[in-house]
Design a protein around this ligand. Structure first.
Ligand SMILES: C[S@@+](CC[C@H](N)C(=O)[O-])C[C@H]1O[C@@H](n2cnc3c(N)ncnc32)[C@H](O)[C@@H]1O
Length: 367
């Protein structure tokens, strides 16, 4: 759900497809390229690409290739998979740019494929697994119905909301992958936000719905005076504590299980990163009011989200918005929509800046 395409730009980018504007009474402009069925087929192949990446990740194929090229048969032996089928999978992965076929069934990792290793900074392995696991994949099966009905169909797909699904003990492995994926995916965004955000005068920070706490922990690494906390659902907090322990920050960190619709701990600064896009406007107001009620005198909140830009330009936020519809009752918003929510919750947006990957930091002050 991050801006891997670099399509999003609130201030506007060039019309790479040349598709803006239509002549009156027609659907085709002189600048439209000739229709290409192959290009449509390629777009539809997105589902195949996702499954190929999911299978590579699940079989640990990029990890098996970490020390150098191997034949498909050698990989199959390590992965416990069928040799000929593994060859077919790896051949397809080469077509997608994840592997490089060196002849005689021998493959090596490319730079892209390396990102599916489990042990590299910015690893996308858990994201590849989450996107192809039942919580996400089954929800996409009901996507058109979500458009018809105007709301997510996760109840039909999973029998419950996505976060309820993750909270079930039988889905704990998928939930842990989701928290990990959120942290890994947002490495670049977190770095950008930490660099842009001043913590002068801040002692306590709460990462609201912070998952494994990657954002608040990065901020604590940058400022040794900060005490940080993650507030998340019960199934996520052990992962946050383990992450703090791994980074040697446990003495300044705590994780509390709670519900951000009810109450959040008091703090000088709230981090609200990729939370609001999961919820409808009324729910966003409730979350931000929880923060507003508990914020210390002179405190702030930092909301980090994709921001929908001008219409008629390629914009990844509008594509991510479709994932929000498939999975949640949330949405991606433009600045006007964000401001309406902030105002209704007793906050005012004081600063806005890009933090990388198409995401924006929006600093809020209490009014
Ligand atoms: C899309 S993830 C974002 C995680 C993290 N902020 C990030 O950007 O990587 C949404 C998070 O909200 C948490 N969450 C969902 N409902 C919640 C609730 N009612 N109270 C607290 N946390 C909740 C989920 O468990 C999950 O960790």
């Amino acid at each position: 759900m991050t801006d891997v395409t670099g399509m999003n730009d609130v201030t506007g980018i060039s019309d790479v497809a040349g598709t803006t504007g239509t002549a009156k009474g027609t659907n085709v402009t002189p600048s439209d390229p000739p229709a290409d069925a192959g290009a449509v087929f390629n777009l539809l192949g997105g589902l195949v690409a996702a499954q190929v990446l999911g299978a590579l990740a699940e079989l640990h194929i990029p990890d098996h290739l970490a020390d150098g090229a191997l034949t498909a048969e050698e990989v199959a032996e390590r992965a416990g998979s069928h040799p000929q089928t593994t060859y077919r999978l790896m051949r397809a992965a080469s077509s997608l740019g994840m592997l490089d076929h060196q002849g005689q069934h021998r493959f090596r990792l490319t730079g892209l494929g390396r990102l599916l290793r489990s042990d590299v900074p910015g690893s996308m392995r858990s994201m590849a697994l989450v996107q192809t696991s039942p919580g996400h994949w089954q929800s996409w099966a009901h996507f058109t119905e979500a458009v018809r009905q105007g709301s997510t169909q996760t109840k039909k797909a999973l029998g419950m909301d996505l976060f309820e699904y993750f909270a079930r003990p039988e889905n704990s492995a998928e939930a842990a992958l989701f928290s990990q994926a959120m942290g890994n995916m947002s490495g670049l965004v977190t770095q950008g936000a930490v660099a842009a955000l001043s913590t002068a005068g801040v002692s306590t920070v709460v990462d609201v719905g912070g998952a494994h706490g990657d954002f608040v922990l990065a901020l604590m690494e940058a400022d040794p005076e900060l005490s940080g906390q993650v507030l998340d659902l019960p199934h996520a907090v052990d992962g946050a504590r383990a992450e703090a322990e791994k980074r040697g920050l446990s003495d300044r960190f705590s994780a509390v299980a709670g519900d951000f619709f009810q109450e959040v701990p008091s703090a000088d600064l709230y981090l609200v990163k990729t939370i609001l896009h999961d919820w409808d406007d009324a729910q966003c107001v409730t979350i931000l009011r929880s923060c507003r009620s508990a914020v210390n005198e002179g405190g702030r909140a930092l909301v980090v989200e994709l921001v929908v830009g001008e219409l008629g330009r390629p914009d990844f936020a509008t594509v991510s918005d479709m994932a929000m519809l498939a999975m949640t009752n949330g949405r991606e918003r433009d600045l006007t929509e964000f401001d309406a929510v902030f105002t209704a919750a007793g906050w005012r947006r004081s600063k806005t800046y890009p933090v990388g990957g198409g995401y924006f930091g929006m600093e809020l002050v209490a009014v």
